[in-house]
Write a protein that binds this ligand. Structure first.
Ligand code: URA
Length: 210
């Protein structure tokens, strides 16, 4: 972890953009997980507004993300875009990233060990952006950000906080876990849609508060 510890926190848009680019370059050169893996085409660091008030965190890139280097393409991406739009934002206004920055072998759910190896880069991205709210989508992202072991059905819909690594001069950031868009698509019922939307309404209320 460098930003916020050995390097001053970036504040302006160009400073934050440069910091995110630097994290990307350092990740691609040094990540203990991703540099040792040979099964991917592109790293997928994330994209969006370096000053975003709202950051969405998914699990890991899939095939389409691996092919393009961009997070949340394909059906999950379309569902996420729909949700972002319904919340009154565009993809360019928020920031979208993942816990893992490369496609896991056979698209498997990342293990705790894999997450630990790569997740420092996610923490640095969050330190640089310092959004008002973080929305982890699905169990792996929610567990990693909240440091909890419960599944997403228990974690979703309740506020938690993301605490920056010790030594960072960054206040805890509110976290609202919700379902992963892929889960929603697999379980497309009135109930799951209503639950996810109620999570996003809590986020919108928090964002509109002073
Ligand atoms: N699922 C994720 O968790 N992230 C992506 O970028 C795409 C699908």
């Amino acid at each position: 972890m460098q930003w916020g510890i050995t390097r001053a926190l970036p504040h302006t848009l160009p400073e934050r953009r440069d910091a995110l680019n630097e994290i990307r370059a350092r990740h691609d050169a040094t990540c203990p997980l991703c540099c040792g893996a040979g099964n991917y085409t592109h790293t997928v660091l994330g994209e969006g507004n370096p000053e975003a008030e709202l950051v969405f965190v998914g699990e890991a890139p899939g095939d389409k993300e691996d092919a393009t280097g961009k997070p949340f393409q394909g059906d999950s991406g379309a569902k996420l875009d729909e949700m972002i739009k319904a919340m009154g934002f565009s993809r360019e206004q928020v920031f979208i990233t993942n816990v893992l920055k490369i496609r896991p072998q056979l698209n498997q759910t990342p293990t705790k060990e894999q997450i630990e190896q790569c997740a420092g880069f996610l923490a640095e991205q969050l330190v640089v952006i310092r959004p008002k709210v973080i929305v982890p989508m699905g169990g792996p992202a929610a567990k990693q950000l909240l440091r909890k072991d419960e599944g997403i059905s228990l974690l979703r819909g309740k506020w938690g906080v993301w605490v920056a690594p010790s030594g960072c001069q960054v206040m805890p950031i509110p976290v609202m876990p919700t379902f992963h868009p892929a889960y929603l698509l697999r379980n497309y019922t009135l109930e799951t849609r209503a639950l996810m939307w109620s999570d996003m309404k809590l986020v919108m209320t928090k964002l509109s508060a002073k």
